[in-house]
Every structure is written in structure tokens, then in C-alpha cells.
Design a protein around this ligand. Structure first.
Ligand code: Z16
Length: 804
């Protein structure tokens, strides 16, 4: 076994000459290009290979060490990994930034352009997928033996553009170019069956699938900080079982011989673009089973390579299910244990439950997956039978079986299956976990009170502070050293400096640098001009009614009216920046985008708004854009209807980068408020309990609108087509919905939102006070590192060790 010091030695700090030679080598021998003919992408691939080479040794070393020490392995199963670009992350992790900048410059290649040439790996929709990516980073940094398992989608999340202010979607195509970070593992392949029939012979069941596709693994090393530990992300791609069929070929039917299996071609083709809504499509169920079954086959194979008793699985492994998407893992593992390893049902179920843990990410009913039993029975007949058995078995073991059935109204409720099949079930913020116990899982929680635990989300400080915010990174390093990168609580050393005028000025200067960087970018990409001295008021997240982008744009319109009425008032100059995609089938969300763009166009062309109010909505918000926007934010909009945002993670990224939050008492906003202090956050609106009570009492938006003339006026303007003269009726339904239903309580919270925004204007004019609060936000956000979250899972859920 190699010592830790030895592992670090294996990441040679290559001298510049060796790095340069390695890049030249890869350009020539891996990419097959001469420097004189090389494109920017060729150079980028060569640099990526040279950097990748440096993480191979620690990667092998980690694998070896975990194996020889027989460490408990953690498997993170996630339908989504929203990774973003990898090259710059790897370079900064290994501390090679300065060296590479100069080497690449000497080749006469633009270093910044080379880094941004990489397409984002967008294998996720939003928070859930990005959380998985942050967890991968943290699991390597804290030295936990972990594997991520997911799907290698050929097409990630669609590209968004605006046509006339409407969202248009285009297929994303990240694999058109060589993806230099992965290794194909043709030897790690598993046949995955679908459909067919089950024959039963006594206690023994045999499933004969009608169709089989191959799952082929692609591995990406995930180096932790300074490359001292490196785990693996294994993504599965579907391939036909036979590329070519000789039988029809011999008959002379050449087309049929080459016809690939339709299922194999489609299963890993595209990411479902829905965030927090379950689509209920057959292909989606097949995707879920495909990656879950391949991962479990791989996990059991690895276990049996050096153990012989499957009953000991729970001591050796822990599996985390990221939402219910891989919840089929429970019957699948039971199936493997029964049908392949001869265990009786009850033993198999207890072993499986000993390994499985489930994270819930939402309480919204439309997001909870349910599959019709006939669909489940047709696609996965053996699993359908096992689900019934699990349901009966569980029902027999409890007092009030009728309230906790997995099978309900001809559907399989995947949340209940995941809960019943798991050792631990966790929520992602303190409030969310409480609400889980009181609502969706009330009955199950009462039956199994030890099962539900909380693990408040976190974000990786490497990507979301060190890498995306070089200006603040240097200031922090100069002031408190670099230990904060792996121990984010060290940011507390900044606390006394919040009152230090010189430090505050430097902190403000870093923010200014980031705002100018963003302004430059938007100048180039959109041709618009932003005044970097204005307040950058930012809302970036998926477009969803519960997130209430609508309330934000209504506030902008009300502000427009108010400024026109009283232009000489001391308004804080504001630039409201929006970013986010709507699910392509989500009509209301797409209409909200159009409304933001319509109101934006009206405001932006009004000369009276110059220097006072501007609306900016750059299209195609993604991880890379987040890396530009977050460090430039002054104000972070976290304004969901209380009780609906499970946690939020953008809220954490913005606050740790020194943005002040305007937010409701929802998700992790509550814990952020407790951390940064009530003087350094702007909280408004109904609480989750008040939302529930208001709803129970029969909510009437009309009375709130009548009591708030600002809101009444803008709704009147919108309804009469003031922002849509080309189609005055465009927003009739939207306004009617707000006036008569308003499920997300925009009207109930509007006055409170307006008032807090006025306070924010006042606070903005006190520049010292604002910067002091900004420093305190950064200083007190250390707890929201995903390193802390992962240590929490390792300790409370996985019972697994960490090397660092
Ligand atoms: C998702 O991104 C989330 C929940 C969900 O059910 C499905 C998807 Cl794709 C989000 C939550 O909305 C958000 O509050 C939370 O911070 C995030 O998951 C990570 O837990």
C-alpha cells in the first residue's frame, strides 16, 4: 500500500518544458495535426490530453488503495450529471494555470479562447444534476471511495435561443467533437433486458426478456483538489447487442442485416428536458432501468471479485439514489439476489434495503414519479411481480397497511417504493426534510421514524468560488491563505475585516472586476451595454411558476411605472438579469419568458429608463454562463413560494460570492439567513405555514390585487396589451390566471416584495453598509460547502470513511 505522501508524489508537478513537449506530442500523435494546420479545437484537445495524463497516476493509485484496503465504496446513482467544462477545472485543481497560460501563449494560441472552446457537458437539467456534479468533486476532495453512475446522453440539455422573444430549442451536440476526458470500457458491458415473460418453477423464477441492449461504460476520472485522490464517473451508453446480423445477410437482405436495434439507438440518445415534472413516458422508464441495472450489475461484479457472501453487501457498499429515477434499483437488486444468487425473498429484500438510500428533491405532486402497472408489467414483468411482493411484505409488517401502499390506483408510486426499499431517506434542507415528514411521507415516517434524515445541500468551492471568481480568489488567498479551498469554514477569518475600510474596498474592487468581465462578455455576445456601477440584480434558474420569475418581472414593470411618475427620485440604478430555460412542453413557463422579453424591450427602449432600469436576458443559461454571472451579482433573487423549493443551490453560490439575497423563507434560504444574519439578507413574504393556511382558508388573489394599486395597474397594462401591441391578447389567460387562481401566490406576496425591494434601494445607497454585508455573506457561508454535505452523508447515511 502506498502512503498518502506517495500518492501526492505521483502527481508530478511537471516542469513547463515537459508540459510543452506533452502538448506537442498529443497534437501530433493523438490528434494527428501539425502545429501549422491545427485549429483551436485541435490545440484544446492536445492540452486536455496533456492535462489528463497527469491525473491518471493518482486515479490508478486511488483505485488500488481502495481495493487493497477493502474500503467501503459509495455508489451515487443519478440520471443527471450537470458537469460543465472540465479542462479549466482540472488545470486549476492541479495548480497549472500560470504555466499553461504561458505555454499556450507561446504557441500563439489564445488561452482564454482555448478554455471556452470546450462545450459544456450538460447531462442534466438544473439543481439535481448540478448537485451530483458538486458531490463528485467533493467525494474526491475529501477522499471517499466513490463511483458516480449515470447515462452518457448523446444529446444533453437543448440549446435555447430567442426568436422574437419566444424560446426556441435546438438539439445539443456535445459529442460531435471528440470528448477527450473519457475512456471507453468495451470490456465493462452488460446485457440489459426488456419485456418478455417470466416462467416460475417452484421458488425459482426465470425472466426471458423479449429484447436486450448492451450497456457500455465510459469512465471519466474525477480528480479532487490538487489531484490527491481521484474517483470515477462511469456513464453508460446503449449499444445493440449485435452490430450486424449474419442471418439476414446470408439470405441476401443486406439492409435488415445492418438495421440496428431501435431501442439500442434511442435509449441513451437524449436527456429528458423536464425539471421537477415527471413525463411518464415509456422511453424514460427504459432509460431509468437501463442505467440502474447496468450499475447494479457492475457493483455486484466488483463486490464478488473479492468477496463471496452476498449477505455482506451492506457492509461493503452504500448506494445513493438521486431522486426516484433509479428507484427500480430496489426490485432489481432483489431480483439479482434471488434469481442469480439463490437468496430467498425476505433475505434478498433485507440485503437490498441495507445497501440502498434515497434522496428526495421535491414535494410537488407533479414531480413524483408514478408508472401505470400495465406499463411496468409490460416493460419489466419480473420487477412488477417483485414490487407487488415488496408491497405485500411491507404491508404485513405494519399496523395501518392501507395508508402506505406502493401500488395505488393502478400505478406504482416510485417515492413510496424508494422509501420502503431504503435504509435512510433524506431531504435536502432543514425545512424540506420537515415538510417531507409532515406531507408526502407522513404515514411512512410515522411507521419508520428513524428513516428520514436531513442533509442540507452544498456547492463545491472549487468551481463556484476558486475557479469562477479569480478576482476574489486572489484577495482571499492574499488575506487568509489558501486553506479555505478545502476547508470553507476558514472564510470566517474574514469576519473582522468586514469593518476594515481598506479590505472592503478591495472586496468591492473584485466585484467590480467581475461585473466588468460580464459586461464585456454581454457586449460581445449580445451587443448590449451594461453600466457596471448599476446594481446587478440576478435571477438564474430553470423557469418555473413556483420560482416566480413572473413576480420579478412584474416588479420591474411596476418600477418602470414608478420611475416614470417620479424620475427624479433617488432610484438605485438596477439591471435585472434573467437566465434560464423552460421545459419545451411547459406552456406557462414559455409564456413567462416571452413576457420578460416583452416587458424588457419596452423598458429598454424608454429613454427615461437610461441609467435607471434595464432588463437583460441572455439566452442559453448553462453552467459556463453561471460561472460568469454568479461572481458579478450584487443581488440574488430567491423568491419561490414558501414550501416549494426543496433547497436551491444557486442561492448558496451567489451568497458565497458576495451577493446579498432577496428571498422567501423557503428551502435553504432559511439556513442561509441563519448563517449570514438577518441584517445581511432581505427576507420577505409568506412562510410555508402561512402559504398552507392561506390555501386551506380559500385563497383569493383578487383582494390582494385590489389592495395593491401598483400590481393592479401592471396587470391592467399587461392584459390590455401595453407590452404586446402586436398581439394584445397574448397575456389574457396569464393575467386571468393570476387574478382568479394564482396558485403560487404572487399577489399575496407582491406588496411585501415591493417593500423589501424599496429597502434594498436604500441599502444600495449606503455603499459601505452594502459592502460590509457582502463581505459578511462570503465570510459566513463556509458551511454550505458540498464537502460538509458529503461528510454528513458519509457519517450519517453511508457509514463510510474519508481520507482527508
Ligand atoms: C431538480 O433539479 C430538483 C428537484 C427535482 O425533483 C427534480 C429536479 Cl431535475 C431540484 C430542486 O428543485 C432544488 O430545490 C434542489 O436544490 C435541487 O434539486 C438539488 O437538491
Amino acid at each position: 500500500m502506498l502512503s498518502e505522501a506517495k500518492i501526492q508524489d505521483l502527481v508530478p508537478e511537471p516542469d513547463a518544458a515537459a508540459l510543452r513537449r506533452s502538448i506537442e506530442y498529443h497534437l501530433k500523435y493523438t490528434t494527428g495535426k501539425d502545429p501549422s494546420a491545427a485549429t483551436l479545437t485541435d490545440w484544446r484537445l492536445a492540452v486536455s490530453r496533456a492535462v489528463r495524463d497527469l491525473v491518471i497516476a493518482p486515479w490508478f493509485e486511488t483505485t488500488q488503495r481502495v481495493y487493497t484496503e477493502d474500503q467501503k465504496r459509495v455508489y451515487y446513482l443519478s440520471m443527471e450529471f450537470l458537469i460543465g467544462r472540465l479542462l479549466e477545472d482540472a488545470i486549476l485543481n492541479l495548480g497549472l494555470d500560470d504555466k499553461l497560460r504561458s505555454i499556450v501563449g507561446n504557441f500563439d494560441v489564445d488561452y482564454a479562447a482555448l478554455l471556452t472552446d470546450e462545450p459544456d457537458a450538460a447531462l442534466g437539467n438544473g439543481g439535481l444534476g448540478r448537485l451530483a456534479a458538486c458531490f463528485m468533486d467533493s467525494m474526491s476532495t475529501v477522499g471517499l471511495a466513490a463511483y458516480g453512475y449515470g447515462i452518457r446522453y448523446n444529446h444533453g440539455l437543448f440549446r435555447q435561443s430567442f426568436e422574437n422573444g419566444w424560446q426556441a430549442e435546438e438539439a445539443e451536440d456535445w459529442l460531435r467533437q471528440t470528448h477527450p476526458w473519457e475512456f471507453e470500457r468495451p470490456e465493462a458491458h452488460y446485457p440489459i433486458g426488456f419485456g418478455g415473460a417470466v416462467s416460475v418453477d417452484g421458488a425459482k423464477a426465470t425472466w426471458t426478456p423479449a429484447e436486450t441492449v448492451l450497456a457500455v461504460g465510459y469512465d471519466t476520472p474525477v480528480p479532487g483538489w490538487r489531484g490527491r485522490w481521484s474517483n470515477t464517473l462511469r456513464l453508460w451508453s446503449a449499444k445493440p447487442e449485435r452490430e450486424f446480423d449474419l442471418e439476414p445477410f446470408n439470405r441476401g437482405d443486406y439492409m435488415a442485416a445492418a438495421a440496428p436495434s431501435v431501442l439500442a439507438e434511442t435509449i441513451s440518445r437524449v436527456l429528458y428536458p423536464d425539471d421537477t415534472t415527471a413525463q411518464g413516458k415509456e422511453l424514460r422508464l427504459k432509460q431509468e432501468y437501463f442505467f440502474t441495472a447496468a450499475s447494479l450489475a457492475d457493483i455486484v461484479r466488483r463486490f464478488l471479485a473479492h468477496h463471496d457472501d452476498v449477505a455482506k453487501l451492506p457492509q461493503s457498499i452504500a448506494i445513493q439514489l438521486n431522486d426516484t429515477h433509479p428507484a427500480i434499483a430496489c426490485p432489481e437488486l432483489v431480483r439479482l439476489l434471488m434469481d442469480h444468487h439463490g437468496q430467498p425473498f425476505e433475505t434478498a429484500f433485507e440485503i437490498a434495503r441495507g445497501c440502498l438510500h434515497y434522496t428526495n428533491h421535491t414535494l410537488m405532486p407533479e414531480a413524483l414519479e408514478r408508472w401505470p402497472t400495465d406499463l411496468m408489467g409490460r416493460v419489466l414483468p419480473r420487477h412488477m411481480a417483485l414490487i407487488e411482493r415488496i408491497d405485500d411484505h411491507h404491508a404485513k409488517s405494519v399496523k395501518r397497511p392501507e395508508s402506505v401502499k406502493i401500488l395505488d390506483g393502478g400505478e406504482v408510486r416510485m417515492g413510496d417504493l424508494a422509501f420502503i426499499g431504503a435504509r435512510r431517506v433524506n431531504g435536502v434542507s432543514a425545512l424540506h426534510t420537515e415538510l417531507m415528514k409532515q406531507t408526502v411521507f407522513k404515514d411512512l415516517h410515522e411507521l419508520h421514524p428513524e428513516r428520514v434524515v436531513n442533509q442540507t445541500n452544498g456547492v463545491t468551492p472549487r468551481r463556484w468560488l476558486y475557479n469562477c471568481n479569480p478576482a476574489l480568489r486572489s484577495l482571499l488567498n492574499d488575506t487568509i491563505g489558501e486553506t479555505w479551498v478545502t476547508d470553507l469554514d476558514r472564510l470566517e477569518a474574514l469576519l473582522p475585516l468586514a469593518d476594515d475600510t481598506a479590505f472592503r474596498a478591495r472586496f468591492a474592487a473584485a466585484k467590480d472586476t467581475n461585473k466588468r468581465r460580464l459586461a464585456d462578455h454581454l457586449k460581445h455576445s449580445m451587443g448590449i451595454t451594461l453600466d457596471p456601477t448599476a446594481m446587478f440584480d440576478i435571477q438564474i434558474k430553470r423557469i418555473h411558476e413556483y420560482k416566480r420569475q413572473l413576480m420579478n418581472i412584474l416588479h420591474a414593470a411596476a418600477l418602470w411605472n414608478a420611475i416614470r411618475q417620479n424620475p427624479e427620485k433617488n432610484w438605485a440604478p438596477r439591471i435585472k438579469i434573467f437566465g434560464g430555460k423552460a421545459a419545451p412542453g411547459y406552456v406557462m413557463a414559455k409564456l413567462a419568458i416571452k413576457l420578460i422579453n416583452d416587458i424588457g424591450a419596452t423598458i429598454n427602449k424608454d429613454p427615461a429608463m437610461a441609467g435607471r432600469l434595464q432588463i437583460v436576458y441572455p439566452p442559453n443559461y448553462n453552467v459556463s454562463m453561471a460561472e460568469l454571472l454568479i461572481p458579478a451579482a450584487d443581488l440574488s433573487e430567491q423568491i419561490s413560494t414558501a414550501g416549494m423549493e426543496a433547497s436551491g443551490t444557486g442561492n448558496m453560490k451567489l451568497s458565497v460570492n458576495g451577493a446579498l439575497t432577496v428571498g422567501t423563507l423557503d428551502g435553504a434560504n432559511i439556513e442561509i439567513g441563519e448563517a449570514v444574519g438577518s441584517d445581511n439578507i432581505f427576507i420577505f413574504g409568506l412562510t410555508a405555514a402561512e402559504v398552507a393556511a392561506t390555501r386551506a382558508a380559500g385563497y383569493d388573489p383578487a383582494s390582494h390585487i385590489a389592495a395593491e394599486p401598483r400590481l393592479a395597474e401592471i396587470l391592467e397594462q399587461i392584459a390590455s396589451g401595453a407590452f404586446s401591441p402586436d398581439d394584445p391578447g397574448r397575456y389574457t389567460d396569464l393575467v386571468t390566471n393570476l387574478r382568479e387562481h394564482d396558485w403560487f401566490m404572487v399577489a399575496a406576496d407582491f406588496s411585501s416584495y415591493w417593500d423589501i425591494q424599496s429597502k434594498i434601494d436604500e441599502a444600495w445607497h449606503d455603499r459601505d453598509g452594502w459592502h460590509r454585508s457582502a463581505v459578511l455573506n462570503t465570510a459566513r457561508m463556509g458551511w454550505f460547502s458540498s464537502d460538509r454535505t458529503i461528510r454528513g452523508y458519509a457519517r450519517d447515511i453511508w457509514n463510510a470513511g474519508t481520507a482527508y
